[in-house]
Write a protein that binds this ligand. Structure first.
Ligand SMILES: [Zn+2]
Length: 323
């Protein structure tokens, strides 16, 4: 290192109780950029800094001496193994952004705590950033919220809905986009946006998201049948005969009501907060709702603390496609 830069070894960070976090504490205690960065580092690296280049878990904080002219960037670390320098935002969706970390944390908190989501326009007014910046921030955070690859087990509900297509009725079906929800009853869920509700697309969604040991509940759409032959059991709830909830002789319940609840929340977001969602960006909006569903038992602060470390390894370029 240069002579005018001192080094301090990182120490293990104390456990932080995210449950206490709300809009007031966030605005009061973490408006200062140094404190916001400290909180961000605590969430991203609960056991101390990890090098994003070689994953080594020992790094040195680079601190400039007080009388130095060319001061080192704040929050800069040097890896003890590969000697490369990095900050906490390297390799995350926040990388290369001029937006202060305090605003990123605020935006993540707002998205994590808004049950029906929030428009970029409102975020732009709340955070005092341009509309374009607010739009990209929200999309980057949404992008980070997706990507969970856990396979669903037990009893799962799979259902599809169509989003969009308001306005000109002639082109309604062209503009409607199918969204598939795959939900483990009492557990996690995944969402997939598909080009059409076909056997191939539904089979692929099931293959990616649901373990073969699961009992899968669907409506009576024929496209589910071939793919679900490989699963433990396929229970059909016949919506066309007005059957929505059935108690089976073995005590199990067949229904797709959890998926229906999820869709009603998603549609309230689409029509209430965003008004229009393009096919390209719908997967990110669906993952945002899926993430809040998966963390529904947590407080808003704890949900934010879960969302922030998910930004790792998920750089979103401005022109990157939605998936
Ligand atoms: Zn390294």
């Amino acid at each position: 290192m240069k002579n005018d830069i001192g080094t301090v070894k990182t120490v293990k960070k104390d456990e932080f109780d995210a449950d206490d976090l709300n809009l007031i504490t966030l605005a009061q205690d973490y408006q200062d950029e140094d404190k916001a960065r400290e909180l961000f580092e605590k969430w991203r690296w609960p056991n101390g800094a990890v090098c994003p280049h070689c994953k080594f878990n020992e790094a040195y904080k680079i601190v400039s001496k007080p009388d130095t002219k060319n001061k080192a960037r704040k929050g800069l670390y040097c890896c003890a193994a590969c000697r490369k320098t990095f900050t906490a935002t390297v390799g995350t969706v926040f990388e290369d952004s001029r937006v202060p970390i305090s605003k990123w944390l605020m935006a993540t908190f707002i998205l994590c705590s808004s049950k029906k989501s929030i428009s970029a326009n409102q975020l732009h007014r709340m955070l005092k950033v341009t509309y374009k910046t607010a739009w990209f921030m929200a999309h980057r955070i949404r992008f980070a919220m997706g990507g969970d690859k856990t396979k669903l087990k037990g009893t799962c509900e799979v259902d599809e809905t169509f989003v969009g297509g308001r306005g000109d009725s002639k082109s309604k079906f062209v503009r409607q986009v199918p969204v598939v929800a795959l939900i483990e009853r009492g557990g996690k869920m995944h969402t997939r946006v598909v080009s059409s509700v076909s056997q191939k697309n539904l089979g692929q969604c099931l293959n990616e998201c649901v373990d073969k040991s699961a009992i899968v509940n669907t409506d009576n759409h024929d496209a589910y049948k071939p793919a679900l032959k490989e699963y433990k059991r396929h229970d059909v709830v016949n919506h066309s005969r007005k059957e929505y909830h059935r108690r089976n002789p073995d005590g199990t319940v067949s229904t797709t009501n959890s998926a229906e609840s999820f869709f009603s929340l998603l549609k309230r977001g689409v029509y209430g907060s965003w008004h229009h969602v393009s096919r390209e960006h719908l997967p990110k909006y669906a993952s945002e709702f899926g993430f809040r569903w998966n963390t529904r038992h947590l407080t808003d602060g704890a949900r934010t603390a879960v969302a922030v470390p998910m930004i790792e390894g998920k750089r979103l370029m401005y022109r990157q496609p939605a998936n």
